[in-house]
Design a protein around this ligand. Structure first.
Ligand code: DGJ
Length: 742
């Protein structure tokens, strides 16, 4: 059992071969953290780690005659505010008498193999009980008769602890949950740099770093979804940690709504991390007998640098967050018509695109926005998920799907289930179904409004429409888009005191619709999208194994976007397409080879009018498709390493390597035009030093140690000679022999 309980010391030790996480039930019966980090040997008692001291400015706990146990010195597991600790708390409960003071004390605990599901919420899972062990600690506040359960699951063989919290009101009076973070971690030092992913539409997941200082630093979303601005992830790396070595603590929230990740450094040089639903847009009335479940927070520890942290997230999310039919399958190479036609397509055009795609080896055609209702632009039709007039599609979606299948491709379709245009049949019938505040302006965004998914009848209605469409036509893939944030959040069916629930209930409604659809259509591949990567989060991955990373399909910008996205998310989840040049978003022209070489490191496809390709380009696309199909397993299941950082250099590089370290693919990219820049020695990583590798099908033979210590010589001269801007290379390595080690 990798969770031990030492009865005398009242200490828990969660451990595996990589990490240790140690907690103590203190003498005031609250829970302290004693250590979190690289695995250490177990012992009966770690109580010397409890920080106690007398200081005249401190307030002390009730059980403490010596005036030494002040919560402000203690690394706590799930702290409250106002009883000798003044830092930001993990939770806050407003009671009937107006007080928020609580005292949750230890009552019991349970250690069991495996991991429970979270009701209505996405979460990591196990396939057999040996894969993980869970500890649940039950605490009760006797005055308000409320139970708090802290849950910790440690995975076997992975430096991962997944946490969640549930509150149960055992009393007779309602209480109000005003803050319910999923996890809090107090670290005893502050020599960290905070790493996070910032952005906006078209430049999602840019890597940002800042050294911690006293006070608060944090990221958040209050936009109703996880957002392009701040991904629900932060990491604390030691100030000297690199991509390849050193300690990192990563935190990721398995949730798609408003979130807060906050780091506080206090006057004792202690660092407190809290992660969970954003408290400022949340309030939950917990009635007698009711339970509230927080989303899951995943904590990853690495002493192998930032790459090590990412590799753990990739392994966990790829294998034990993504579910179902498509989890382990090679994803189809698709072409999406959006950049080629936007909403102005005809069936003939789509069939031409499909025929050309088939010729090039592409496996699926995805029809994007514009096929439903009165949709000829952004202003109408959302909500009417049926072909209304047959002007674009004479035989409807069923007819088109049949024709595409006859060409020999699979067919995929775009929906934006959570949205409605005011110019739609749905809105005309149900104007009160949108999220809006009575008497206030309803701020439009992209001419659309958000349906009130906190209401079951709204979800049922959308489910029925989608179900009709999916059951009649041969649809193998669904792109689920979400193109605006939530304003004037309010639900007209809820009482005033329930309005603080709406943001969270909305997210639960989205999860419910997803769950119903994937249960009924388990073989459909879902791809989530939100104007690109505005809802690219672990919550979504539980339902949709891949996500469109950005509407910015320019290869050079995409290098940064994919580099940042890979901090947390596996390559198999990162929708990446080769698109037309000059690029639709930024007008840049890049070589077709570079566009392919970037998109290979993702869930690959095309987003262009294939009919416009020259003969040479068609040949190249065909080769790209063949290449990707040949190596899709390596791209999606291999171990991924970032090397040259595009945020600080004019080049970028990364590589994937198979689990047995026999085969690897390396991507090297120049982000500008350079003159006479000499040779680059690209030092590889992760190879077996004793294996002999053929480089690019035998053009060179080198041992792993040479490739890692000397590197591959990259000569950019040919790009210079031909004036090729934004050149790139893919290097293939294959083990040809194991050196005898004497
Ligand atoms: C935003 C998406 O990111 C695009 O790929 C496309 O599907 C449009 N929406 C369609 O409206």
């Amino acid at each position: 059992m990798p969770i031990l309980f030492h009865e005398n010391a009242r200490e828990f030790h969660l451990y595996n071969d990589q990490i240790s996480y140690i907690m103590q039930i203190m003498k005031n019966d609250q829970i302290a953290n004693l250590y979190y980090g690289s695995c250490i040997r177990d012992r009966e008692n770690f109580s010397y780690l409890v920080r106690t001291k007398y200081c005249s400015e401190a307030a002390y706990t009730s059980v403490d005659e010596d005036h030494k146990l002040s919560l402000q010195y203690i690394q706590q597991e799930y702290p409250s505010y106002g009883t000798s600790d003044f830092r930001y708390p993990a939770y806050c409960i407003k009671q009937n008498n107006g007080s928020s003071i609580t005292n949750f004390t230890y009552k019991s605990h349970e250690i069991f193999p495996g991991k429970k599901k979270l009701p209505g919420l996405p979460a990591t899972y196990v396939e057999s009980e040996e894969e993980a062990t869970t500890l649940e600690i039950r605490l009760v506040d006797d005055l308000i008769n409320t139970e708090l359960v802290l849950s910790y699951t440690i995975f076997e063989g992975l430096p991962v602890i997944a946490r969640n919290v549930r509150f149960i009101n055992l009393g007779v009076a309602a209480i109000c949950l005003e803050r319910v973070m999923s996890a809090c971690v107090d670290l005893p030092e502050d020599d960290f740099t905070m790493v996070h992913l910032v952005g906006a539409w078209g430049r999602e997941h840019y890597v940002k770093e800042r050294e911690l200082g006293e006070g608060i630093q944090g990221i958040y979303s209050m936009r109703g979804s996880s957002s392009a601005e701040h991904n629900p992830f932060i990491a604390l790396r030691r100030n000297n940690t690199t991509q390849f070595s050193g300690e990192v603590y990563g935190f990721s929230l398995v949730y798609s709504g408003n979130h807060l990740e906050q780091v506080e450094v206090d006057h004792n040089n202690m660092t407190r991390v809290i992660i969970g639903i954003h408290p400022d847009t949340f309030q939950w009335e917990l009635t007698a007998g009711a339970m509230f479940q927080t989303p899951e927070a995943v904590m990853v520890y690495s002493d192998k640098g930032i790459n090590g942290m990412s590799q753990t997230f990739h392994q966990l999310f790829r294998n034990r967050l993504v579910r179902g039919y498509w989890r382990d399958k090679a994803r189809p190479v698709l072409v999406n018509n959006w950049e080629a036609t936007q909403t102005a397509f005809t069936e003939e055009k789509i069939l031409q695109l499909a025929a050309k795609a088939k010729e090039l080896g592409i496996e699926m055609l995805v029809l994007d926005d514009g096929w439903f209702g009165d949709r000829d632009g952004e202003e109408a039709g959302l909500g009417d998920w049926y072909v209304k007039n047959n002007k674009k599609l004479p035989d409807g979606i069923e007819g088109l799907a049949d024709k595409i299948e006859r060409i020999g491709l699979k067919f995929g379709l775009w929906f934006e289930p959570e949205m409605v245009n005011k110019d739609s049949d749905l809105y005309r019938q149900h104007p009160d179904w949108i999220i809006h505040t009575p008497g206030r302006f309803q701020s439009p965004s992209r001419f659309q409004h958000v349906l009130d998914f906190s209401r079951k009848e709204v979800i049922d209605y959308i489910y029925d429409l989608m179900d009709k469409c999916l059951s009649k036509a041969k649809i193998s893939y669904v792109k689920w888009d979400m193109n605006r944030y939530i304003t004037e959040c309010y639900s007209v069916t809820q009482l005033p005191e329930q309005q603080g629930k709406i943001f969270h209930q909305y997210v639960l409604g989205v999860y419910d619709l997803y769950e119903r659809l994937i249960s009924k259509y388990p073989t459909i591949l879902f791809e989530s999208c939100s104007s690109g990567g505005a809802r690219f989060d672990p919550g979504m991955l539980y339902y949709a194994p891949q996500a469109w990373a950005s509407d910015n399909s320019d290869a050079i910008d995409r290098i940064k976007i994919q580099y940042g996205t890979s901090y947390v998310y596996p390559l198999s989840s990162i929708g990446a397409h080769v698109s037309h040049v000059p690029n639709l978003q930024n007008g840049r022209t890049t070589p077709l080879s570079t566009r392919g070489n970037v998109a290979f490191f993702g869930a690959f496809g095309y987003e262009m009018d294939l009919g416009e390709l020259s003969e040479d380009d068609s040949k190249q696309v065909k080769e790209q498709v063949e290449f990707y199909k040949k190596y899709v397993k390596l791209f999606h299941k291999g171990t991924f390493y970032r090397m040259d950082n595009p945020f600080s250099k004019d080049v970028a590089s990364w590589m994937v390597i198979s689990e047995d370290r026999n085969e690897a693919l390396v991507g090297y990219y120049r982000l500008n035009l350079s003159v006479n820049c000499g040779w680059k020695y690209l030092k590889l990583t992760g190879l077996d030093p004793d294996k002999l590798y053929s480089v690019n099908q035998g053009s060179q033979l080198s041992y792993g140690d040479e490739l890692m210590k000397i590197g591959i010589m990259i000569d950019e001269f040919e790009w210079e000679m031909q004036n090729i801007e934004y050149g790139s290379k893919i290097v293939h390595l294959l083990c040809v022999e194991n050196k005898e080690v004497s």
